[in-house]
Design a protein around this ligand. Structure first.
Ligand code: NDP
Length: 282
């Protein structure tokens, strides 16, 4: 039976470290890290996420503000707000909540965020630094996965790592982080031929697909470390990951549950990046 990787426990540890760092920064330089979240339209999931961020910021001593804009906000209006936040000395991190409404060019908006305040690590400049191996802001979910592996002393060097999913938010950056930690990395996607044949090679398997129970027991090697990034709702409306947890749990050596695995780490790493950004300006 696999050991459960407890994202809540690791998250608590990280948030404790951030809170310490925030108070040290305040003592040494009088600076309070500040995070601005921008939300356009009314997406219930985004609203919950932003609310959780606000609570986590308050607990860590980070100043936070939210900018809730109506769905009909124009691209120009949104860009003007981003520019204002770029100039605001009290704000060290800017987060534009995705998805944006269809009439707004997401790429253009994400590129307008100053790379110095890009705590999501989505700006091409920061993506470039990551690929180069000198990252400044690591995207929060992939960074959270690495922190979990470190917390449980799971060795990455020399391991076969397989990432299923190639999004800019999860798949590509986690592949890069694993590569920099000397794993042999394979990235799979919807056109991968014989997916099971590839996933069965994995010592570390990361599932970032967005399909409930997609990774089944027969796709997992005995003793693999299984990281489930997926957030899905099953037929009963229950939150579930991309991995068939009940069965894969018997085969893996470590596994992250959903909920309570990768999810809580994302916000923790956002706080981490906001603190790092504030420290960089000192
Ligand atoms: P995307 O939809 O952007 O990417 C999904 C990836 O899965 C794509 O690369 C796609 O391949 C691949 N895929 C889809 N179907 C298959 C298939 N049949 N076989 C192999 N690969 C397939 O999703 P995200 O990366 O943004 O998110 C993935 C999941 O993680 C979602 O459930 C999301 O909610 C969750 N998530 C969780 C976070 C957290 O904090 N825990 C944070 C971010 C996301 P192709 O490129 O070929 O289309």
């Amino acid at each position: 039976m696999a050991q459960i990787i407890d994202g809540k426990e690791v998250s608590q540890y990280i948030r404790g470290e951030v809170a310490k760092g925030v108070s040290q920064l305040l003592d040494s330089s009088g600076i309070t890290p500040g995070l601005a979240a921008v939300l356009v339209g009314e997406d219930p999931a985004s609203e919950i996420y932003v609310r959780n961020k606000r609570k986590a910021c308050t607990e860590a001593g980070i100043y936070s503000e939210e900018h809730k804009l109506p769905a009909e906000t124009t691209e120009e209006e949104l860009l003007a707000l981003v520019q204002k936040l770029n100039q605001d000395p009290n704000i060290h991190g800017i987060l534009v909540q995705l998805p944006l409404p269809d009439h707004i060019n997401e790429t253009k908006v994400l590129r307008a965020v100053s790379p110095d305040k890009d705590v999501d690590g989505f700006h091409p400049f920061n993506v470039g630094l990551l690929v180069e191996g000198n990252p400044r802001f690591l995207s929060c979910t992939p960074h959270g996965i690495i922190k979990m592996l470190e917390y449980y002393d799971i060795d990455i060097k020399g391991k076969e790592a397989v990432v299923v999913g190639r999004s800019n938010i999860v798949g590509k950056p986690i592949a890069m982080l694993l590569l920099h930690r000397h794993a042999t990395v394979t990235v799979c996607h919807s056109r991968t031929r014989d997916l099971g044949e590839v996933t069965r090679r994995a010592d570390i398997l990361v599932a970032a697909i967005g399909r409930a129970n997609f990774i089944t027991e027969d796709m997992v090697k005995e003793g693999a470390v299984v990281i489930d990034v997926g957030i899905n709702r099953n037929e009963e409306g229950k939150l579930t990951g991309d991995v068939d947890f009940a069965n894969v749990e018997n085969k893996a050596s470590y596994i992250t549950p959903v909920p309570g695995g990768v999810g809580p780490m994302t916000i923790s790493m956002l706080l981490w990046n906001t603190l790092e950004s504030a420290k960089a300006g000192v």
